[in-house]
Design a protein around this ligand. Structure first.
Ligand SMILES: *Cc1c(COP(=O)(O)O)cnc(C)c1O
Length: 221
């Protein structure tokens, strides 16, 4: 079996039912995506709008593309309508821009809100307080074309497994709180995107539903 197919199989064998694999293909050529596709993989994650657009144009149309990276507001047009799920929505400004573009095209765009959970300097993502504040001020009544599907986060890049697990557990707790408070009885708020090549096993133990794995499938970038 070719390496990519073998890696995908090995990862899938460890995923509990209900956890989906996003194969992160950023920087890798379309030929490797095709190889993963032929091994049965259908969900792929990209983090640059232009790369996503180019790959999508050349690869099978039943691929489910996810946009996993930081999305700049001026690139929203390239991603809306192409990505089935936007994982890392990290500001009100971006939410409003996605709303504007989705409304223009009469689409509903599934999005996850990125939460900053790592001990490292906050670059992107809402703090838990900011997130509660967004919901409390009924912000999402302004974004009817954004379908909030859950939360996403990245743990600290460290060998300290206890710390990583604690951060994932915190995100799961926040997810449960928000789901109970604002989405009670609604099935649509259901995704918790956490876990990468180095920490996805820990993330699954803490309740991840989407793992974003690149290196462990395609090798080093
Ligand atoms: C690149 C990337 C990944 C994949 O990371 P690996 O360590 O290669 O598995 C996951 N999530 C995000 C947001 C990324 O940018």
């Amino acid at each position: 079996m070719p390496a990519i197919a073998r890696h995908i199989q090995q990862i899938k064998d460890t995923l509990p039912s209900g956890v989906r694999l996003v194969a992160v293909s950023k920087t890798h050529p379309a030929s490797l995506v095709q190889e993963a596709y032929e091994a049965g993989q259908r969900i792929f994650g990209e983090s640059r709008p232009q790369e996503l657009t180019q790959k999508a144009a050349h690869l099978p149309s039943d691929i489910e593309w996810h946009f996993i990276g930081h999305l700049q507001t001026n690139k929203v047009k390239q991603v809306v309508g192409l990505a089935r799920l936007i994982h890392a929505v990290d500001s009100e400004r971006l939410l409003l821009e996605i709303e504007k573009e989705a409304a223009k095209r009469a689409l509903h765009v599934a999005c996850l809100l990125q939460v900053h959970i790592a001990a490292e300097e906050a670059k992107f993502g809402f703090s838990p307080d900011e997130l509660h504040h967004l919901f409390a001020q009924i912000f999402f009544s302004k974004t009817p074309h954004v379908q909030l599907a859950g939360l996403m986060g990245m743990a600290t890049n460290t060998d300290d497994h206890k710390q990583v697990s604690r951060e994932f557990r915190g995100l799961k707790h926040l997810f449960d709180q928000i789901k109970q408070t604002y989405f009670a009885g609604e099935a649509s708020f259901c995704e918790l995107s956490m876990g990468m090549s180095g920490d996805y096993r820990l993330a699954i133990d803490e309740g991840s539903t989407l793992v974003r794995i690149g290196t462990a499938i395609f090798g080093e970038r």
